[in-house]
Design a protein around this ligand. Structure first.
Ligand code: SF4
Length: 328
């Protein structure tokens, strides 16, 4: 089985964009890959954050992943900072990464604009830490969304440089592009669903049914439909896009027809979507509540995951340190 690595930042509530864009896919992939899923808390430090809240956010994210179906019997689930070799390898990789490559990273430019007073070395070095996360385990495939493709390309470049400079150690990790499309914001469908635009713009995995219905009731639709007498264009509507992920093919077909002929109102259309989202999230929410009753059990799963990850990391680091002349 191919070695797979993926990471997710503990930055607060998981929303359906994270779920459809990454986690649901990971759950399916873990059956066919030798998988490692990492809560990347070192990455979360590259922008301003609340140190008091980070431990709980880390634990919450681990619970979310387990509730969604990440199975510690099939995959290694662990916290990045529990394996110090991630930062150790970052230093080694820093020494072969040209600054010019890092300056080209669009995420660095975007985040620097978003946090002009907090542009730090960690933010600049983020892609090298990501390369270390992946290469430390000699990972072969990495499920990524469109926004991480550039970073993964840098990881491949760093692997090539290391292999050419020292020794052929690292496989060049291949992207596994997630089939789930971009899930757009409820309040501004021209932008990706993200927590930064406030709770009304996203549906969190743990939103109760009444909140899901309320958020959808006020969500932006095919705005043009309201302004003209002729029927709506479902393809231009974010609600219709969301139906693609939560409704049955028969329902989607009927909604498209009814929208075009104006036989359904937007409110009715949103109610169908709300019910389907509520149905899909219900078992995850039940499991999440169960897990929350026993945080010590979650800590135990993470400790066991870290132990397994460390064993691989230490073995690979010994080889890397030998080849780079760090061991006597
Ligand atoms: S009926 Fe549904 S698909 Fe059509 S514009 Fe309204 S919300 Fe969108």
């Amino acid at each position: 089985m191919a070695k797979l690595f993926s990471g997710i930042q503990p930055t607060g509530a998981i929303h359906i964009g994270n779920y459809l864009g990454a986690i649901k896919n990971w759950v399916a992939l873990q059956a066919k890959h030798d998988s490692m899923f990492c809560v990347v808390n070192y990455h979360a430090m590259t922008v301003p954050y609340d140190a008091e809240k980070l431990p709980q956010m880390t634990l919450d994210l681990a619970m979310d992943l387990l509730a969604c179906g990440i199975d510690p019997r099939k995959s290694i689930l662990f916290i990045q900072s529990d394996v110090p070799e991630h930062t150790e390898l970052t230093w080694i990789l820093n020494t072969i990464t040209p600054i010019g490559e890092l300056k080209r990273m669009t995420q660095f430019k975007d985040k620097s604009t978003q946090y002009p007073d907090a542009i730090n070395m960690g933010l600049f070095d983020y892609p090298v830490l990501m390369a270390a996360d992946i290469l430390l385990y000699k990972s072969e495939v990495v499920p990524v969304g469109e926004d991480q493709v550039q970073h993964l390309e840098l990881s491949r470049e760093v692997a090539r440089r290391f292999n050419n400079t020292f020794c052929q150690i690292f496989p060049e990790p291949k992207p596994l592009l997630t089939p789930a499309a971009r899930i757009m914001s409820l309040t501004d469908p021209t932008k990706k669903m993200s927590k930064s635009a406030g709770p009304a713009s996203y549906i969190a995995l743990n939103d109760p049914p009444e909140i899901i219905a309320k958020k959808l009731a006020t969500a932006v639709t095919d705005e043009a439909r309201k302004k003209r007498a002729d029927p709506g264009t479902p393809e231009k509507c974010n609600i219709y896009s969301l139906h693609q992920y939560f409704s049955s093919p028969a329902e989607i077909k009927k909604i498209a027809e009814d929208c075009r002929t104006a036989s359904i109102g937007c409110l009715g259309c949103k109610k169908i979507l709300a019910n389907n989202i509520i149905k899909e999230l219900a078992p995850i929410q039940v499991k999440r509540k169960e897990l929350a009753k026993n945080p010590d059990q979650i800590k135990k799963i993470l400790a066991q995951g870290a132990e397994r990850a460390r064993a691989i990391a230490q073995k690979n680091m010994a080889e890397i340190k030998t080849k780079t002349g760090l061991l006597l």
